[in-house]
Design a protein. Structure first.
Length: 274
């Protein structure tokens, strides 16, 4: 059979196969247990014969001589595929980053499900939507609505909309009430009927602090719950903005466990010696 020698070099770590054939795949089943392959850092090709070699990580480099044991290698995947990042020696595929970010805004955690990061996706989905629904409930189901009408510029909605799809009905309700509120008079006509039994509908106009209006009635009916519900939904939207960023950029590119990378450890040793 072919004689296989582990040829480990500093910049080119691959298995050099001495013999008539360098195609590993058809000999793979005959390889002994103490033989493995390490990817060449220069595009996965053998430095000597320039044949493509399969990539394996942290496999044993043979059971004989000073090369026995494990040889961790760093695969430069980020240079080839920007969707792949490495954290704690694990490759994470972020797939299509803009699409993941859009899905994360649409439904909290959906972008992480798309990236197959199911634990994070479940946590974000449950926590953010629970916070948003609780705030919406204790505010009497009136704390989320969109309005830029004079006297009722609902700036809170910009943050509430960070939760995504759950806040979109407010925009439809606003477009609907604008059809029944002339800009000249600023008064909502009497034949206006909100959609979906008033779900996320703005108050009847005009709205003024010095007058009794529908917003004043909501405050009087729900008390502090109206303010708390507004803040809860705003915080949920802000938290989902962080989730969107995590879906786009991925986790921090540093060891989460606190362990140093081999190259970082070697660099620190060199600095201490200097």
């Amino acid at each position: 059979g072919c004689e296989m020698i582990a040829n480990v070099r500093r910049r080119s770590t691959c298995w050099r196969i001495l013999g008539s054939d360098c195609v590993i795949s058809k000999h793979f089943s005959r390889l002994s247990a103490d033989v493995a392959f390490v990817q060449n850092a220069r595009g996965g090709r053998c430095r000597d014969c320039h044949q493509p070699q399969p990539a394996f990580r942290n496999r044993p480099l043979g059971g004989h001589g000073p090369q026995a044991g494990f040889m961790p290698t760093k695969i430069p995947m980020a240079a080839k595929n920007e969707s792949l990042i490495e954290v704690d020696d694990r490759l994470i595929d972020l797939r299509n980053r803009p699409l993941a970010a859009f899905l994360a805004w649409l439904i909290p955690g959906a972008g992480h499900f798309y990236q197959r990061r199911y634990a994070k996706g479940t946590m974000y989905l449950v926590c953010i939507l629970s916070l948003w629904i609780i705030g919406f409930s204790i505010g009497g189901f009136h704390v989320v609505y969109a309005s830029r009408f004079p006297g009722d510029h609902r700036w809170h909605y910009y943050l509430q909309a960070g939760a995504g799809l759950v806040a979109l009905p407010a925009i439809i309700q606003t477009r609907h009430i604008n059809k029944y509120t002339p800009l000249q008079s600023g008064v909502t006509s009497g034949d206006y009927e909100p959609l979906w039994w008033g779900f996320m509908s703005p108050p009847h106009r005009p709205v003024a602090e010095e007058k009794t209006d529908e917003v004043s009635a909501w405050y009087a009916r729900h008390g502090a719950g109206y303010e708390m519900g507004t803040w809860y939904t705003m915080i949920a939207g802000l938290l989902n903005i962080l989730v969107i960023y995590d879906a786009y950029a991925g986790p921090l590119g540093i060891p989460i466990s606190g362990r140093k990378r081999p190259e970082d450890a070697a660099e620190s040793v060199e600095k201490s010696k200097a």
